[in-house]
Design a binder for this molecule. Structure first.
Ligand code: PEP
Ligand code: MN
Length: 338
């Protein structure tokens, strides 16, 4: 069950609802969003009518929700969509947000050049991995805290917000000191302890879809974060594993409008990891915006030939500038800005 409370309601009104639920044997999870406050309650559905929650001060509506995910369901937002603020950037509004930067932080020179390029092209958020979950233990693993400092410095210089991947609890603690948004990578989508920890951190989260995760599993992973009280979740479709081997993954673009109909959370697309091929990044970016994506996560490197990680799918600054321009045209065509 979901109890939707007025955004202007008082702490005491929320506490009174939570207390009533808990006294009746429900587990209550309060989540404070930008537009509304929602209390998710898990327990005996049969007991709902006798609780009299509808008449309580601050309560707008009480709804049973059949799906296994509740706080992130579309119903929890009264059929609307939520906004997630990352620094000064808003994801989920009318503007399509561009998040861009290198796969991995490699050096100061590389990150300052990338920050300049992506900000000139119109990106609002800079990416850069400092903890890299590489398929091979012999590949470059990231600069760790030094990388986070470089990311924060370069992005700050150009007024960009930041996102970086965390892979475990120590990397989360470090990332919280330096970045605006933490990313849960595809390989960690079902690392439930990590999801709970980022939930408790309250920091906006970019939750990538797992390599072989169904839409429902992906939304349940988001529910783990929301159930800890964190409303700042952005979902990222980054391709799933199929029998096809000519692209790195298969971009499931149908998931964009589907998930937006099932959940109020913003959805962005990562065409870089989805395709693994530079020349497919532009076309898939445009298709993603046409399909309703709220943003794009694109790998951009000042010199892709020299990238320590994911060079073949990274755009040069010039290529990114061109794609960003085309994205603005498609966004305008579907009634959005970029
Ligand atoms: C990344 O964004 O750098 C990354 C490793 O992506 P994914 O988790 O989608 O593979
Ligand atoms: Mn990468």
């Amino acid at each position: 069950m979901i109890v939707v409370m007025d955004i202007g309601c008082s702490r005491e009104q929320i506490d009174a609802v939570v207390e009533k639920l808990e006294r009746s044997g429900f587990q209550a999870h309060t989540i404070v969003g930008v537009k509304r406050i929602v209390i998710g309650a898990v327990g005996d559905r049969g007991a709902i009518p006798s609780l009299g929650l509808e008449g309580m001060p601050g309560v707008i509506s009480v709804m049973p929700i059949m799906r296994p995910y509740k706080l992130v369901s579309k119903e929890a937002a009264g059929g609307g969509s939520s906004l997630v603020r990352v620094g000064r950037v808003e994801i989920g509004g009318s503007r399509v947000v561009l998040m861009a930067g290198p796969c991995a932080v490699e050096s100061k020179e590389q990150m300052y050049a990338a920050a300049r390029a992506v900000s000139l092209a119109g990106a609002g958020i800079m990416r850069g991995g400092a903890f890299k979950p590489r398929t091979s233990p012999y590949s470059f693993q990231g600069l760790e805290e030094e990388g986070l400092k470089i990311l924060a410095g370069a992005a700050g210089e150009y007024g960009l917000a930041t996102v970086t991947e965390v892979v475990d609890l120590p990397s989360l603690d470090l990332a919280l000191k330096y970045v605006d948004m933490v990313q849960i990578g595809a390989r960690n989508m079902q690392n439930f302890r990590l999801l709970q920890a980022v939930g408790r951190s309250g920091r906006p989260v970019l939750l990538k879809r797992g390599l072989s995760a169904t839409v429902e599993e992906w939304l349940m992973a988001a529910e783990y974060i929301a159930s800890e009280g964190n409303a700042g979740i952005v979902l990222c479709e980054r391709g799933i594993r199929t029998f096809e081997t000519s692209t790195r993954n298969t971009l499931d673009l149908s998931a964009v409008p589907l998930v937006k109909s099932l959940s109020h959370l913003p959805v962005v697309v990562d065409p870089s990891h989805a395709t693994g091929t530079r020349k497919l990044v532009g076309p898939m970016s445009l298709a993603a915006v046409a399909a309703g994506a709220d943003g794009l996560l694109i790998e951009v490197h000042p010199d892709p030939q020299k990238a320590l990680c994911d060079g073949p799918q990274s755009l040069s600054p010039e290529e990114f500038e061109k794609v960003a321009r085309e994205i603005r045209s498609v966004a305008a065509a579907v009634g959005r800005a970029a």
